[in-house]
Write a protein that binds this ligand. Structure first.
Ligand code: GRG
Ligand code: ZN
Length: 363
């Protein structure tokens, strides 16, 4: 019965994603809600919304419903001269949006948009001009040179955010957080450019953010929080440094996040929330302790958060749906190997086939 209920909503979920994200709207005019609340609040973080929505579609086997060229065109328009990406056209760049932009390009197998110089050398540039004239349309004569320059500076832009103690700032204004350590490491790894930063120092800083309870915080001494734990464990996984984690201690803290309803919370005494199906579960998988939680009860909790009429998933049952929780609900189901959902990589937060395409050696 559960299965039937789910299959019906795959269509609904992908439909609601198209309504909620930046993606060129293939919906009939009368169904478009330009002034919708979601659309307004999402304005400054459209790039994250695009990543959440498009990854959800890919996990459900529905990525083809969006116009790939239009999405890529929009993403590239959000790139700043510094090399980093903004949350929307004309906004300031921030590493939070840079990762989403890189992930969206990865979904469409378009990371070569970031390395125009290499594409030229490999003779891919003519294909680029023919099929992806989008950049030329938007930035006319400046574009070709700008592309070349941005390519080189994207890597150095991320690298320039590393501080003396190994930590990372999110942008030129300097806020430091282990979220940014994860993002820098994840991005540069996807781009095969980890050598651009001091990985050892970056790892040492993350280890300094480890607490006595086995968890990790945003900065040294900061309280353990499941979101921060995902970032630190993910960064350690990507850099092959998981030996710094006390797996039993952290696994115990993480599995204690499951509450009576089956849902997971992000810290002791807090309410359960669908997004922790990602932050907690991905961390448990990376440290081989996912069997310490009750799988069936968590699946039920996530499915109970669906809007069966409109599609989409909310933070907890009967709340309003949004693209963030829809993504993390579907990603959680993916980590739980729910039938019909593609596998997602717990460290890179991208479908496994996408990560393999980028990282597995090929001739
Ligand atoms: C690629 C998946 C992916 C992420 C990129 C931005 C980032 C890296 C990670 C964010 C990690 C993080 C801190 C997540 C937590 C988000 C969240 C639900 C915060 C709410 O915290 P509280 O304390 O709410 O306001 P609770 O649930 O504790 O009541
Ligand atoms: Zn949430």
């Amino acid at each position: 019965e559960k299965h039937v209920r789910y299959i019906i909503t795959v269509e609904k979920v992908s439909y609601s994603i198209r309504k909620l994200t930046c993606c060129p709207d293939p919906l009939p005019q009368y169904l478009q809600k330009k002034d919708a609340f979601e659309s307004v609040v999402m304005e400054h973080l459209r790039m994250n919304g695009a990543y959440w929505g498009l990854t959800t579609l890919d996990l459900l086997g529905k990525l083809h419903v969006v116009d790939q060229d239009e999405v890529i065109s929009w993403v590239m328009e959000c790139q700043h001269e510094s090399g980093g990406f903004a949350g929307n056209i004309g906004h300031d760049p921030h590493i939070l949006y840079t990762l989403s932009a890189v992930q969206v390009l990865a979904l469409f197998d378009k990371l070569n948009m970031l390395d125009i110089e290499k594409s030229v050398l490999e003779g891919q540039i003519s294909a680029f001009l023919v099929h992806d004239d989008l950049i030329l349309i938007h930035r006319a004569e400046k574009n070709y040179a700008l592309g070349l320059r941005s390519t080189l500076t994207l890597y150095s832009d991320i690298a320039s955010l590393q501080n003396e103690d190994g930590s990372f700032s999110g942008d030129m204004w300097g806020e430091v957080d282990t979220r940014f350590s994860y993002i820098a490491i994840c991005c540069l790894s996807l781009l095969h450019q980890l050598d651009k930063i001091d990985v050892e120092k970056a790892v040492n800083y993350i280890v300094r953010c480890k607490n006595l309870d086995g968890g990790f915080g945003a900065t040294p001494g900061g309280e353990s929080h499941a979101g921060q734990i995902f970032c630190c464990v993910g960064a350690l996984a990507i850099t092959g440094s998981l030996h710094h984690v006390d797996k039993d201690l952290l696994g115990w803290w993480l599995c204690e996040r499951q509450v009576k309803s089956g849902g997971l919370n992000g810290r002791p005494e807090k309410l359960p929330d669908v997004c922790y199906s990602w932050w907690v579960l991905s961390s448990l998988i990376m440290i081989d302790r996912v069997h310490w939680i009750d799988r069936e009860k968590l699946i039920k909790f996530i499915l109970d958060c669906q809007d069966l009429e409109q599609g989409g998933i909310s933070d907890r049952p009967d709340d309003a749906v949004d693209v963030f929780h829809t993504y993390f609900g579907v990603a959680g189901l993916s980590l739980l190997e729910y039938p019909g959902v593609k596998a997602i990589d717990p460290a890179y937060a991208l479908p496994v086939d996408v990560v393999n395409r980028i990282l597995l050696p090929h001739d």
